[in-house]
Design a protein around this ligand. Structure first.
Ligand code: NAD
Ligand code: UDP
Length: 336
């Protein structure tokens, strides 16, 4: 059985759907601090059967030991964590506690349970403002915010653990910009409050929940002046987890860090145009000042994941927009 911490969240649900489809048994574990039980019910509808989900906190030794006692777990995919960059600057201790302490408590429980395979949700944030794109895994690691530092710390903790315990198999997956939704429209991204990220903001404008999109900066040194990112369909990302999980299950006994991106950069205006095409909805938008902390452009060199995991992203920006719209149109209020 595969444990998905944070499994009721956006990426966790989509990964669970892919793993179940590939024949894996999964158990989700989540404290529902940023997700809802309805998401798990929707996953069950996709899977066509019940999916075990345990409510608890990765920072609780009691919760973690109980989980490993009750389930025969062979590997862990560790999604649980907090992810809002701005909030991480305002509440650094909460971020270190959730993301770093939470991982330590999980790893200690894994050691007690003799589970030595883990896939960790890292982020392109570990690169900060890269010197160039496409960004390879060998690029300098210099996160520009607290959230990114929590991710880099966990990567380093896992590398140190591997030095002490070389029989562990560890995949560090550095996600670029996950967007889109399951093609059924039953699950998708449902941020709390005003979305920080571009795609959920665009989809909320499309359903009339927000009057207009503010485009942060029109004077970047990019082809149209707006920021360029590597948007990756969440189903491709989920398949990347499946590939990484299958790699750990072969017991390679190494630490592997891999970018999960498409290798293509698109600007904010490219995404808006693609979304308008996919949805038939006009997205009123206005260029405003740059957002503090944003970089002009970053996109992945995903070739290492291709070589080592046999995984490459398949879906286009149009697919991402179509599926994001399909989800938001069917669920204008998300899981509420
Ligand atoms: P999400 O918030 O939808 O999912 C995270 C889940 O973890 C939520 O369901 C939340 O309730 C749960 N959780 C948080 N703290 C917990 C705790 N202490 N104990 C138990 N459960 C807890 O976020 P997501 O977009 O699915 O991201 C999953 C992971 O991927 C996170 O670690 C995030 O930092 C990382 N990541 C996300 C992105 C992105 O853009 N979505 C990019 C790079 C990395
Ligand atoms: N962005 C924007 N308006 C928004 C949200 C985001 O113009 O309301 C831009 C942002 O400046 C960046 C891109 O969209 O250039 C992607 O931002 P997002 O927050 O989704 O991801 P990031 O790469 O910053 O993690």
């Amino acid at each position: 059985m595969i444990l998905l911490t944070g499994g009721a969240g956006y990426i966790g649900l989509h990964t669970a759907a892919v793993l179940i489809g590939a024949g894996h048994e999964v158990v989700l574990f989540d404290n529902f601090s940023n997700s809802k039980p309805l998401g798990v019910e929707r996953l069950e509808a996709i899977a066509g059967r019940p999916v075990p989900c345990v409510q608890g906190d990765v920072r609780s030794r009691q919760d973690m030991d109980g989980l490993f006692d009750q389930h025969s777990i062979s590997a862990v995919v560790h999604f649980a964590g907090l992810k809002a960059v701005g909030e991480s600057a305002e509440q650094p201790l909460r971020y270190y506690d959730n993301n770093v302490t939470g991982t330590l408590v999980l790893l200690e429980a894994m050691i007690r349970a003799e589970v030595r395979r883990i896939v960790f949700s890292s982020s392109a944030c570990v690169y900060g403002d890269p010197d160039f794109s496409p960004v390879p895994e060998s690029a300098a690691l210099r996160p520009a915010n607290t959230y990114g530092r929590t991710k880099l710390m966990v990567e380093e903790i896992l590398r140190d653990l591997h030095i002490a315990a070389p029989d562990w198999s560890i995949a560090l997956l550095r996600y670029f910009n996950p967007v889109g939704a399951h093609p059924s429209g039953l699950i998708g991204e449902d941020p709390n409050g005003i979305p920080n990220n571009l795609m959920p903001f665009v989809t909320q404008v499309a359903v009339g929940r927000r009057p207009e999109l503010r485009v942060f900066g029109g004077d970047y040194p990019t082809p149209d002046g707006t920021g360029v990112r590597d948007y990756i369909h969440v189903m491709d990302l989920a398949e990347g987890h499946r590939a990484a999980l299958d790699w750990t299950l072969c017991d390679p006994r190494e630490v592997l860090a891999a970018n999960l991106g498409t290798g293509c950069g698109y600007s904010v205006l490219d995404l808006v145009k693609a979304f308008e095409r996919a949805s038939g909805q006009a997205i009123p938008h206005r260029i405003v000042a740059r957002r503090a902390g944003d970089v002009a452009a970053n996109w992945a060199d995903p070739s290492f994941a291709g070589q080592r995991l046999g995984w490459t992203a398949q879906r286009t920006l149009d697919d991402m927009c179509r599926d994001a719209w399909n989800w938001q149109r069917q669920n204008p209020r998300g899981f509420a």
